[in-house]
Ligand binder design. Sequence first.
Ligand code: ADP
Ligand code: MG
Length: 475
Amino acid sequence: MSITAQSAWNNCLNFIKDNIQPQAYKTWFEPIVAVKLADNALSIQVPSKFFYEWLEEHYVKILKVALTKELGESAKLVYIIKMENTYGNKQPFTEKIPSSNRTAVKAQDVDIPLNNKNRELRNPFIIPGIRNVKIESQLNPNYSFENFLEGDSNRLARSAGLAVASKPGGTSFNPLLIFGGVGLGKTHLAHAIGVDIKDKYPEKTVLYISAEKFTQQYIDSVKKNNRNDFIHFYQIIDILIIDDVQFLSGKSGTQDVFFHIFNHLHQNGKQVILTSDKAPVDMQDIEQRLLSRFKWGLSAELQSPDFETRVSILKNKLYRDGVEMPDAIIEYVAKHIKTNIRELEGAIISLIAQSSFNKKEVTIDLAKQVVEKFVKNTKREVSIDYIQKIVSDYFQMDVDTLQSKTRKRHIVQARQLAMFFAKKLTKASLASIGSQIGKRDHATVLHACKTVDNLTSTDKQFRKYVEDLTKKLSV
Ligand code: ADP
Ligand code: MG
């Protein structure tokens, strides 16, 4: 009785199927084609070198058992790696790797002739060495759901994230797009979903990557002529997390490749998680077909946290760091830093540092200094109206007087100071500053800025004005 490669391999597959996760079976065994059976050696064709390495790393034992069961102790397995035929190479694939009864195979025994150096699959997430082939998920375990405090501002996004984590690919939230402003927790939440999935489904391949890095890898793959390896790599991921997709705007090549990867993953029930600093409707220079894919699933917004949430985020951070701090201080910080959780954390960290370096008691005054510096460093943009108001108040006049045509010296000086600060603290043009401060032209504003510079270095009283106003305008 003679058995064919196909039937022998089918029997092996039946055995393997019963012994591994269905998802893993689908990913790693379904694409294999049995090619030949001769001298008790079964040749199987795999889609890439990476694929072969993965099988060797993860499934060598089960392959051995299945093969021995089917063909006896002398069974051998030969891999044939299908080469991508980008160079007009007539040979469809390259035969290789004898492997005596499997487990004995070592990296150096494996000799895969590559017709071209460029054919080698390179991916930064694969640690070289056959025994070590593994896709590192790139997740930060500190960014967990536990640490991601719930509040009105993030409830929808957080619970969508939890739903996705408990059934990746199995909810209608695919893709899940998390969007919101800077420092509101997009990256944290995206990691938390990945971390939770890894925890619940250790056999799933999760990959976190920033859109920027993804783009870089893509560009490299084009340079090295292994674009197909790049695509293949991403198509075998079960849960793909891409951070800051707004970065893809205007990059049509990367968008195109991502579109194909996305479609493949989506069709195969894999989960895609994206973050962006904008809602899909506001994304510019992203292809329509890609935008429409983003809208297939759920777009969940992270908003600025309310006061209570800010307080609990601070308390949680202090608790995790084992630091105690009076409630009044925590509330002071939470009250003054409102729109960015990263800054909120930054302020509390620098407060802890200040107090421990200087062995100072944390007082409201110290908190005030730290918060002031913090807010100043982040260059909060003030409006020209606000500047005029502060300057007029300081000189005890109203804004109309400040803007009037009078040549009275103290009014002229106040107006010049307002112009000077508008130039310094906003991004407005000279012309626009002039038109907003009493309908003057840009030359007048330029002249005002020079005058203020001169007077600051020659006139002590005037310097005091500038210092006082600088303080008032920077809190
Ligand atoms: P984004 O990616 O939106 O710019 P990040 O995810 O980097 O923001 O978050 C900024 C910081 O704020 C991180 O240190 C993160 O841990 C923290 N953070 C954000 N949201 C929360 C939250 N709900 N609970 C606790 N920490 C949070
Ligand atoms: Mg981020």
